[in-house]
Design a protein around this ligand. Sequence first.
Ligand SMILES: [Zn+2]
Length: 242
Amino acid sequence: MKGNLTQETLELIYSRNCNICGNVGYKIKKIPPDETYLSGREVAVECECRELLGLYSKSGVEIRYQNCCFDNYVIDENNKGAIELIKNFVTKYPDVNKSILINGPVGTGKTWSVSTLVNEFIWNHKKQTKIINVPILLDKIRGGINNKQQYKEVNEEITELLNCELLVLDDLGAERMLDDAKGDWIRERIYILLEDRWSKQRYLAITTNCTGEQISEKYGQRITDRIMGLCSGESLLGESKR
Ligand SMILES: [Zn+2]
């Protein structure tokens, strides 16, 4: 393991062809004149494809999904629309104007689809992409309210989420939602994440088991309108694969 990447993942990354270094891992760089004692000479520096390892190890993709990519994604009638939406996004970025919303019942491959998105986006665009499970994030934020150390860690994590180019919110709507001040508080946290994406014109992908109507019931119209304004949606259909 390097960072939190498995050997299998490293092999997959290394097996893909780098058109800069041909998978050697380093490239030749000419040192500009008057810069150092090496001025004008050619030196070997680490290739950009090796920087990908850092991006992958911070992506938050779970080990079991680290190998997901377009090449090994099994397309069928139930997931065709969703994977096409994802492929289109990765291919056309940055010339895309909508983020992604994938909905579907439990076990139809939502996390699998968006893990593929994260892995492919990093590979193709070399930009930090992060996936976070929404119920876990909200639990952590709640835990930080009365715990200074956890508060600090959660704040650092949220800063990283806000700064990444593509943020994937996995399983939105699976958290317990209460019809009281706590519920309002959760809605506010979600709204802040959405608003931040909107104002910085950065991208988002959301997975949820909720239909549009259920999102509206659970989060209210303001959040629903923001999601619908930001995203193009596709559904994953079919029986649970778990
Ligand atoms: Zn390379």
